[in-house]
Design a binder for this molecule. Structure first.
Ligand code: CO
Length: 134
């Protein structure tokens, strides 16, 4: 059911330092910071030949990654995103298998303007999983 790894999202306490690390030390192609107020984050996209890394930094008062950074002061992997062809079919299959879909279970428009859902980390080996209809 799942397809390509769309991205790995890493929450970072210092976006400028993290961008420099990926650009200068690791030699990757990094974007300018992209504020996404609807999602409560500023994102730097790191483009790799086969996938993307997204460096996430809190934006605004109620950022969904603020709690994560409070617990992981030096940052850490926040979620991974797999592509699916049909997000509603994927959701229904997962729910039937007993997996918990976060929120009200309805896909939201994600950071790439495509429908996304998040799956409970406790059901997936401690990893928050995002599904994106690609
Ligand atoms: Co994501």
């Amino acid at each position: 059911m799942i397809g390509r790894l769309n991205h790995v999202a890493i929450a970072v306490p210092d976006l400028e330092a993290a961008s420099a690390l990926y650009r200068d030390t690791l030699g990757a192609k990094v974007s300018d910071p992209v504020p996404q107020p609807d999602h409560g984050v500023t994102v730097v996209f790191v483009e790799l030949p086969n996938t993307k890394v997204e460096l996430l930094h809190p934006l605004g008062e109620a950022s969904p990654i603020a709690g994560f950074l409070a617990k992981n002061a030096s940052g850490g992997i926040h979620h991974i995103c797999y592509e699916v062809e049909d997000i509603l079919a994927a959701r229904d299959k997962l729910k039937a298998e007993g997996a918990r879909v976060l929120g009200d279970g309805e896909p939201k428009i994600g950071a790439h303007d495509k429908p996304v859902l998040f799956l409970h980390p406790k059901d997936f080996n401690g990893t928050l999983i995002e599904l994106e209809q690609a």
